[in-house]
Design a protein around this ligand. Sequence first.
Ligand code: PSZ
Length: 557
Amino acid sequence: MGIARTRHTPDQTHPQTLIIIHALSNRSRGSNHVTQEYHPREKDIIPGGSSLMARAILFRTRASASFNYFQAWARGQSTIPLAQPVVELSAAERLEPRSPVVVTSEIPGPRSKELAARLGQYQNTDAVHFFVDYERSQGNYVVDVDGNCLLDIFTQIASLPLGYNHPRLVKAMQKPENMATVINRPALGSYPPVDYVERLQNSLLSVAPPGLRQVQTMGCGSCSVENGMKAINMAYQRRIRGPVPYTEEELQSCLVNRTPGSPKLSFLSFKNGFHGRTMGALSLTHAKWYVKLDFPAVDWPIAPFPQLRYPLEEFVRENHAEEQRCLEEVRDLIDTWDKRGEPVSGICIEPIQGDGGDNHASAGFFQGLQDICDETGVYLMFDEVQTGGGVSGKYWAHEHFSLRHAPHVVAFSKRMLSGGFYFADELRPKEGYRIFNTWTGDPTRLVLLEQVIKEVREEGLMANAELVGRYMLDSLKMLQCEFPGLVKNARGLGTLCAVDIRDAKTRAEVLRRMRNRGVNLGMCGVSGIRLRPSLLFKRRHVDIFLDRLRTTLAELK
Ligand code: PSZ
């Protein structure tokens, strides 16, 4: 008998509860693929909506499915009576709830509020949305401590590759042979475990961006960007210095932040970029005031990121001109700062600006940027902390740009579970302890990442991201036609989709109402809604999201 059965009392008035219970009890039984009746629209999708008849059929199907679930659960069976149409479900999908269920009058509910008040004794909790029951959360659904079950399209700030409690990851963590990895967190740079090389090969190296074969793990995204910058600066200085030993003056002056040991180099970033909160990465970040205010930052060149008009295919000429303008500015800045005696050693850019507003630029823009870097000897770093991990339809979003050669650094974190960066051979430090800290990552994360990568391959999840993303974008474009003025600028690559809402106040209201309807969303830029689903997001999830968004927008029209 599953753990869930002993912990929850089935309640016929909340059929969804039964599904969660069934799902959890199945997880503990560890059963494999089954087929079951399924969302009738999964096979025959029309983006953007359902007729009354379709809704009626859907309701009936769901109601009878719930009853069947209950009967099966009551008999302790792990298989579910079949109905038509039938599609194959993965083990993970079988565990997932069918739709959101909201049981409190608003979210956060009373228990969340009580916990926030308690936590508030020890820290500021203004950023807390709600408290989560991570044990009961499953797949694309997050369950809060009040029993609300929300479709999660923000996934812990875009950091869950396979949603919650994926059976494959649960299994990996239950393996006794992985226990030592979990318990004994090593100082990886000095005492790597016996299986570390193999772990790296099976995880990070197996999905390395084309042309890069060096990798360094790190803790978080900021730390990854920060150390990517360091690797670039070291390589830059090495190039200038040549194959000579360090001078005593260099070794002494660096200790007191003076030249020549601490050289006057600069790093170029873009307006609205987000690269993290540590002091180096923070100097590259220009997205939100509350990330920056009161902290000293290095005065480095900031170039404009193209402000494109959407849909991209309709504004090709205007957008091209805008991108050329930005590239010219990059060129000018490199020149100006060189003359100032603070040459640009590297450029850091997101393939799609995330926090700064889901701003896209074309492949041509990035190719042009790489050309400028090659001409001026500036190193190019892609910050793929938010775009990496397959959600763009490729493992790395910069792979969409057909660059002439690999960038020098690709920083990652979030959906890769471990932070870190891939880098060109040329950037490899010449001494130990130069890119280093106590943990430099966590092998436990690689155990999980290995399973994530296997699942992505076996279940074709990158192709899924591309297909579902296209469907989601088409649907958002339709919604934009339905609510002109209220919704605009639908844009996306894979499932990295976004829309802008009329203004920031309306956006906040949309997010609040959507949450109360059981859909958890993120925001970006001034008035953007940012969609960051897991790789398990399917068309049926898009439909649930869209249905609720349409209702919400109609209320706010
Ligand atoms: O408010 C915050 O601190 C947020 S909200 C979203 C993020 C951070 N994203 C983190 C991030 C990122 O999106 C990109 C493109 N680069 C670096 C980072 C920093 O990663 P962490 O938060 O892991 O340090």
